[in-house]
Design a protein around this ligand. Structure first.
Ligand SMILES: Cc1cc2nc3c(=O)[nH]c(=O)nc-3n(C[C@H](O)[C@H](O)[C@H](O)COP(=O)(O)OP(=O)(O)OC[C@H]3O[C@@H](n4cnc5c(N)ncnc54)[C@H](O)[C@@H]3O)c2cc1C
Length: 489
């Protein structure tokens, strides 16, 4: 199929970011087409499968730590002279700073500022936000959620997009960008049966997710151990990194840690999206050799699960088991703490459990005995940090330490899931893709996972929000750009 300038704005991807871009551009009165790799039934990538927690106190307020958490995870050891320069006006920034791979504070300030109006905009399509009473067994920060999760977002936005006259080409995957005189003027794509599709437009918004569904890129950027990562949802498989690659191919700068990902502790046996296991702070974690290797309870679950999961990933074959006893049933909200549909592996004795896990029984017995001896008397409170810490064992455990002594004993396997990749494209606060010289690439935008932003510890419950905020910004700016171009002709 060859279509010549049939659209003003092309959007690649039909998740929270792409649909927000598409609807926002349509609202500006331009013609919009979304290219989507999946079928209509599977549209929406990761967004379709997420509960879509949002790091906000209410629809009107982000959390108290919002910008601070991003700032604490802004990159590695950034050159102090560039950090100092970043405090000045963006128009005065040098080219190296404009193209720098780090979390731009202006982008984060924009995200925080536009979060409430973006949620209000979404409610205009019938999306309803609700507070989450217990998002995790214990939480440092509050969260809200769209009723019906990400799927409700996809369906509401897709309906609005279609009702406003937008076009979605399903089973059509973008492959490369078409440029003329330094401007992006279209997309080369591939339809069913390897049929080439050429689409031209005044601007392109890349919202095709990360590269978690591309084994070659995963190996190249994250390394050969990436095979031990488990996809958080089937939606991950659709995100194969072309959006990122095609922009890098025309000189885009990168942002976000290409060697890292958002990690969540996942039951590898599960067929379910989001089958995370958060019960481990109330027991212990052992590797396949039967040894503890991490402080299982360094703090609130929401603030620490990613760090613990990275330690699990570092173990042989990237796997660990949480060992709990019958007393773990006292932890309230079990369905929040144990999200897998798979049953626990169970035995009346520790040795019997070890047998079932393929761990040497005498080693697991010794590990449990050593941990039990290190537990101290005190009040156990699973709902808050109770400081019931171990003494005299390495690694130490900071909270909820009670002897594992009451059968039946249970275990769940845990691996690191990959929720999404951190590495993506550098943008400014208008979601314009920046080139390696620090200048916007005319006609090119990025939003959602495709827009790189995260380093270190993920600022939890901000990915959908970031997609919606910058998708909307990108759609509006892309539409304005194409209108200027139309006026100029
Ligand atoms: C189980 C689960 C729980 C999660 N929990 C949360 C949470 O609580 N809070 C939160 O903020 N985030 C959460 N996340 C992460 C979040 O869902 C995603 O990061 C976010 O939805 C990404 O939105 P997106 O629009 O960038 O990408 P996606 O929603 O993945 O959409 C990308 C779209 O692009 C399409 N596509 C890919 N390549 C191409 C191509 N070349 N051409 C055309 N189309 C293409 C895909 O098919 C897909 O439809 C969770 C994810 C999962 C799976």
């Amino acid at each position: 199929m060859q279509t010549d300038q049939a659209f003003d704005v092309l959007v690649v991807g039909c998740g929270a970011a792409g649909l927000s871009a598409g609807v926002a551009a349509l609202e500006c009165g331009v013609r919009v087409c979304i290219l989507e790799r999946a079928t209509i039934e599977e549209r929406g990538g990761n967004t379709r499968h997420t509960g879509s927690y949002i790091r906000m106190k209410s629809e009107d307020q982000v959390t108290d730590d919002f910008e601070e958490h991003f700032a604490q995870n802004a990159g590695g050891y950034i050159d102090p002279s560039l950090v100092a320069e970043a405090g000045g006006a963006p128009e005065q920034w040098s080219a190296p700073l404009r193209a720098l791979s780090f979390t731009d504070p202006n982008v984060i300030a924009r995200l925080a500022e536009l979060a409430p109006p973006t949620l209000k905009w979404l409610t205009g399509f019938g999306v309803r936000f609700i507070p989450l009473e217990v998002p995790f067994p214990t939480s440092a920060q509050p969260r809200i959620q769209p009723s019906g999760g990400g799927r409700a977002l996809v369906e509401a936005l897709a309906a609005a997009f279609e009702q406003k006259g937008g076009t979605i080409l399903y089973e059509t995957a973008a492959q490369s960008l078409i440029t003329e005189s330094g401007r992006v003027v279209g997309v080369q794509a591939i339809g069913r049966g390897n049929q080439p599709v050429t689409l031209r437009a005044g601007a392109v918004v890349l919202a095709s997710g990360g590269f978690q569904g591309n084994a070659e890129m995963m190996n190249r950027y994250i390394g050969p151990r990436a095979i031990y990562l488990k996809m958080m949802s089937v939606g991950c498989h659709y995100n194969k990194g072309e959006g990122i690659r095609m922009a890098l191919d025309i000189g885009a700068a990168s942002c976000g840690d290409f060697g890292s990902w958002h990690a969540s502790p996942f039951d590898p046996r599960s067929k379910r999206a989001g089958a995370s296991i958060y019960i481990y702070p109330y027991g212990i974690l052992v590797n396949k050799h039967g040894r503890r290797f991490v402080n299982e309870a360094p703090g609130h679950t929401d603030a620490t699960y990613e760090g613990v999961t990275r330690e699990i990933f570092a173990q042989p074959q990237g796997i660990a088991w949480t060992i709990i006893d019958a007393k773990a049933n006292e932890v309230p909200n079990q369905s929040v703490a144990i999200r897998t549909e798979q049953p626990a592996i169970e035995s009346p004795t520790i040795e019997g459990l070890a047998d079932k896990l393929g761990i040497p029984p005498e080693i697991l017995r010794a590990t449990v005995d050593e941990y039990n001896r290190a537990c101290q008397p005190g009040a156990f409170d699973p709902r808050k940090l109770d400081h019931l810490a171990t003494r005299g064992v390495t690694p130490a455990k900071s909270h909820w330490s009670r002897p594992i002594d009451t059968g039946p004993f249970r275990a769940y396997p845990i691996v690191s899931s990959i929720v999404f990749t951190f590495g993506g494209l550098k943008t400014d606060s208008l979601a314009r893709v920046i080139n390696l010289q620090g200048d916007p690439i005319p006609g090119l935008y990025a939003a959602g996972e495709t827009q790189g932003l995260y380093y270190g510890t993920y600022t939890g419950a901000t990915s959908v929000l970031k997609g919606a905020v910058f998708g909307r910004v990108a759609g509006q700016d892309a539409a304005a750009l194409t209108r200027v171009q139309a006026g100029a002709h």
